[in-house]
Design a binder for this molecule. Structure first.
Ligand code: NAD
Length: 285
């Protein structure tokens, strides 16, 4: 197995805490633990240096093993995980973190996120306080949130005095999240796009297809390029080695201003995932 040690083609984003995250990473949602090892290995071989997992994905063990056995220095791979809804609260989040680290087999995380706000449970501020404690202890380099609205973010900032480094949100051409991205920009919160390809649903869109033909690239590459040009951190997922490589091969072309505008015009505010204001799976509310 060979791993390219030089991945300078992938730009970095500087977070509000001074740490840097690769702008393009790799997500492992819905990849079973017993299948994730070759998938993450293929991603690292292709040149990805950022892996996004979560406790609820059930694949931290295989993901961690692939990272450890890659032979890459720990500080060359950026690792993100997330605390699941059922573990929200200060003490339970600290315990959930220990369990995640035991599964991953790593001694620190680059980024730990509150997976969903679950506003009806009203525990996300205490959960974020646990992330602050983990950061102070040096067990996590950066802390952030996921699926938070401007309202949830404002409350975390007001009550903890800390601005999350990242908000990982559903974001793709049909849900461009313009207002939330503007809120993030105003608070130096980095925007990370999950479901960046609309979980595959955008790949046969006619506008995307015609731009792909014009730039001689695939629809997936065009959408990932759109994210990069918007300034998003983006973590597409695939289990197919050729697509894993394809999704990383997006630094040799650029979309024109008109092409970006045409993709922006696809925004209908349509989600493929759950609504952050009401999603509460795992927590009795
Ligand atoms: P995605 O938009 O990355 O779409 C993935 C799907 O698109 C694949 O399963 C495959 O069917 C298709 N695909 C990918 N590359 C392709 C290519 N080159 N050609 C053709 N088809 C291709 O969706 P996602 O996996 O939901 O999101 C990416 C990552 O975001 C996840 O793996 C996970 O790490 C993260 N995520 C986070 C949350 C959250 O709540 N924070 C929720 C969902 C996903």
């Amino acid at each position: 197995m060979t791993f390219r040690s030089e991945t300078s083609a992938i730009p970095s984003i500087v977070l509000n805490d001074g740490n840097v995250i690769p702008q393009l990473g790799f997500g492992v949602f819905l990849v079973p633990d017993d299948e994730v090892f070759p998938v993450v290995t293929a991603a690292l071989e292709a040149g990805y240096r950022s892996i996004d997992t979560a406790a609820i994905y059930g694949n931290e063990a295989g993901t961690g093993r692939a990272i450890r056995e890659s032979g890459l220095p720990r500080d060359e791979v950026y690792v993100t995980s997330k605390v699941w809804n059922s573990e929200q609260g200060f003490d339970s989040t600290l315990r959930a973190f220990d369990a995640s680290m035991a599964r991953l087999g790593l001694d620190y995380l680059d980024l730990y996120l509150v997976h969903w706000p679950v506003p009806a449970a009203d525990r996300y501020v205490d959960t974020f306080r646990a992330l602050q404690a983990l950061k102070t202890q040096g067990r996590v380099r950066s802390i952030g949130v996921s699926n938070f609205t401007a309202e949830h973010l404002s409350r975390v900032i007001a009550e903890t005095g800390e601005i999350p480094a990242v908000n990982q949100i559903e974001l793709h051409p049909r849900l461009a999240q313009r207002e939330l991205r503007e809120f993030h920009a105003g608070h130096a919160i980095a925007t990370e796009a999950w479901g960046p390809l609309g979980q595959g649903t955008l790949l046969d869109d006619r506008t995307i297809a015609s731009i792909a033909a014009a730039v001689d690239r695939t629809p997936a590459q065009v959408i990932i390029r759109w994210h990069l040009q918007l300034g998003n951190i983006v973590i597409p997922k695939s289990v197919t080695p050729s697509r894993i490589a394809e999704n990383l091969d997006v630094f040799g072309f650029e979309l024109s201003r008109d092409q970006v505008a045409a993709i922006n015009a696809l925004d209908t505010g349509t989600r493929v995932g759950d609504d952050p204001n009401t999603f509460s799976q795992g927590l009795d509310v």
